[in-house]
Design a protein. Structure first.
Length: 415
């Protein structure tokens, strides 16, 4: 009888989804602890990919769509030549982009299917990761834990990041593999963490940090020293960086050198200065506030509740997060490598949520109130990105999103 009830719920939700996907999605969010609800959320994320709109020519998605359409003209022999030049070409250093683009291009040259596949990959690792922290939150709810859960699920690496999917899929893949490896010590998960390199070559470095942690173990005093040193050694690291990357191979050196050079750093600095002068706070302020807020919460809550008896999983999670924070802080001066702070934020948030829920901590209202500021600012920037990517027909009935011409919500409202 129970089995029949579960199947009935699944079928009912699926029927609603086939009529009004967004309505089913909203209901599924409210029942996220159930497997059938997660399946509906996953289907909606894929539908978002299939109805993805190229609403802003300045976004990475335009470049990916063009690359995909160019790939559709290649033969299998052309594709083999791309792989033959893997280590020598700066453009083909990441395996995922040419492989995914080539496979999908055998079916169609319509970029909607490409982003549907990308959303399916991104959504799988995103939901697997979010389910971990949601399960902890659901077992012992609090308003503060909910805020950190919303940071994790909506702000740090949202589904809209399929716009520039390579690094952001790699982020979820690495998090999921490293989290399980750290918490369970099952070595098979190291294969999953290294799979992130398939999507973005730079994840060789986070995996190296992971291996260092596995070798050293939980040495928090040492990691605190690393963290303090990281504040002062950026200039030294920058001077040594060119000679270090020269040993990594021609392709990797060219790619890394593109980001870690004086001209590139000056360009980023000028852009930041311009954004400040123009009052474009959304280009720099939300990210900075979020990093400082979550970093403070991570260190503060651990210090305040250090007498609480941590589980082995929490001990491991805090120690690795601390080491990764030191690493991310060290390389954050290098353009694009500052994105590694995102990985720390995911691990730091998972520790915070785990600590709040297992220790039943509830009296930190001031931390909740302060956190609403960076959360709100970031939510505005996330929504703004979504306006360029979302098709307004996605919120209506099927099959309207596939019938009418592509138009983003932003274009529909303002143009």
């Amino acid at each position: 009888m129970k089995l029949y009830k579960v199947n009935k719920n699944q079928i009912g939700l699926l029927l609603i989804f086939l009529i009004w996907p967004f309505g089913a999605f909203l209901y599924a969010i409210s029942k996220f602890h159930k497997k059938e609800a997660k399946n509906i959320v996953y289907l909606f994320l894929i539908l978002f990919g299939l109805t993805f709109v190229l609403g802003n020519e300045k976004l990475d998605s335009f470049r990916y769509a063009q690359y995909f359409q160019d790939m559709s003209k290649f033969s299998f022999s052309d594709f083999k030549r791309i792989f033959a030049s893997f280590l020598l070409s700066e453009k083909t250093l990441d395996l995922a982009q040419p492989i995914i683009s080539f496979i999908v291009s055998r079916i169609t040259n319509d970029y909607h299917l490409l982003f549907g596949v990308i959303a399916a990959i991104f959504g799988y690792f995103y939901l697997k990761s979010t389910s971990i922290v949601h399960k902890q939150y659901y077992e012992n709810k609090s308003r503060l834990a909910l805020l950190f859960l919303l940071f994790f699920a909506l702000i740090i690496n949202p589904i809209f990041n399929i716009n520039g999917y390579r690094f952001w899929i790699a982020t979820w893949v690495f998090f999921l593999g490293a989290y399980h490896l750290i918490s369970s010590k099952e070595k098979k998960y190291i294969l999953l963490s290294f799979l992130a390199v398939f999507f973005h070559f730079s994840f060789v470095i986070p995996n190296l940090v992971l291996l260092i942690y596995l070798f050293l173990g939980n040495r928090n005093k040492l990691y605190y020293i690393f963290l303090i040193i990281s504040v002062f050694i950026s200039d030294i690291i920058f001077q040594l960086f060119p000679s270090v990357i020269s040993y990594l191979g021609v392709g990797i050196a060219a790619k890394v050198g593109h980001y870690a050079n004086v001209d590139q750093m000056e360009k980023i600095a000028e852009h930041t200065e311009w954004a400040i002068e123009q009052g474009k706070w959304y280009l720099y302020l939300p990210g900075k506030l979020t990093f400082y807020y979550i970093t403070f919460s991570f260190l503060y809550l651990n210090y305040k509740y250090k007498k609480f008896r941590y589980t082995i999983e929490l001990k491991n999670l805090f120690s690795f997060s601390l080491l990764f924070l030191a690493f991310a802080n060290t390389v954050s001066f290098i353009p694009s490598m500052g994105r590694f702070r995102t990985i720390f934020l995911l691990f730091g948030l998972s520790f915070i949520i785990g600590l709040l829920t297992t220790s039943k901590i509830k009296k930190n209202n001031w931390l909740l109130i302060v956190g609403l500021i960076p959360f709100s600012l970031n939510l505005i920037t996330v929504i703004r990105l979504g306006l360029d990517l979302l098709n307004p027909w996605l919120f209506t009935l099927l099959p309207f999103p596939f019938i009418f011409d592509d138009i983003s919500i932003y274009q529909w409202l303002f143009k």
